[in-house]
Design a protein around this ligand. Sequence first.
Ligand SMILES: CC(C)(COP(=O)(O)OP(=O)(O)OC[C@H]1O[C@@H](n2cnc3c(N)ncnc32)[C@H](O)[C@@H]1OP(=O)(O)O)[C@@H](O)C(=O)NCCC(=O)NCCS
Length: 176
Amino acid sequence: MPARGHLPVAFTIRPLTDRDRPWAARLLSARWGSTRMVTRGRLFDAGALPGFYATIEDVPSGLVTYHLARGECEITTLDSLREGLGIGTALLAAVERAAREAGSRRLWLITTNDNLHALRFYQRRGYTLAALYPDALAESRRLKPEIPLLGLAGIPLRDEIELEKRLAAGDRPARA
Ligand SMILES: CC(C)(COP(=O)(O)OP(=O)(O)OC[C@H]1O[C@@H](n2cnc3c(N)ncnc32)[C@H](O)[C@@H]1OP(=O)(O)O)[C@@H](O)C(=O)NCCC(=O)NCCS
């Protein structure tokens, strides 16, 4: 059912392949300053991670990347280029399916104190606040100096906020 009186727009979600990496890297750089990301004091290249992307009439319209480790799945980046059409929700659902298939116990992500829209978006999709890391961006900036001092709406970019969604054992496919 389309929301807010808009006509629905058809989009397709596909797993990211090596062929997609050049445009995915350009998208990440345009949105986040580079493909280098820092969460919890750890620097990594989001352009090399697995992910899913959305297209509308073959035009890339969204990208999510994730990292599976230690039985958990970190959502490392999520970007929608056509907001309010359901692309962000569909990309998140694709990662959740991949995490369940991999047997992950938990999905988690880091957002920043200025990103009020992300806090709303994830909480409305079953994620809860798991931890606050005050002033974590000071350490992140040592690893990625391109992180700006001011964030969205001119809010000082200062803290990391961890959100999580725990996956019940019954959600996961049975292991042989
Ligand atoms: C957060 C983000 C990924 C959401 O992407 P999106 O494509 O707009 O997500 P959706 O369209 O699925 O949902 C957004 C809103 O549009 C609404 N929506 C969903 N389908 C819709 C449709 N067909 N028509 C109109 N609105 C719709 C949803 O209800 C949702 O509103 P809600 O939060 O009140 O429930 C996007 O805003 C973004 O890229 N933000 C910048 C990057 C960022 O902050 N990433 C996360 C940081 S960790």
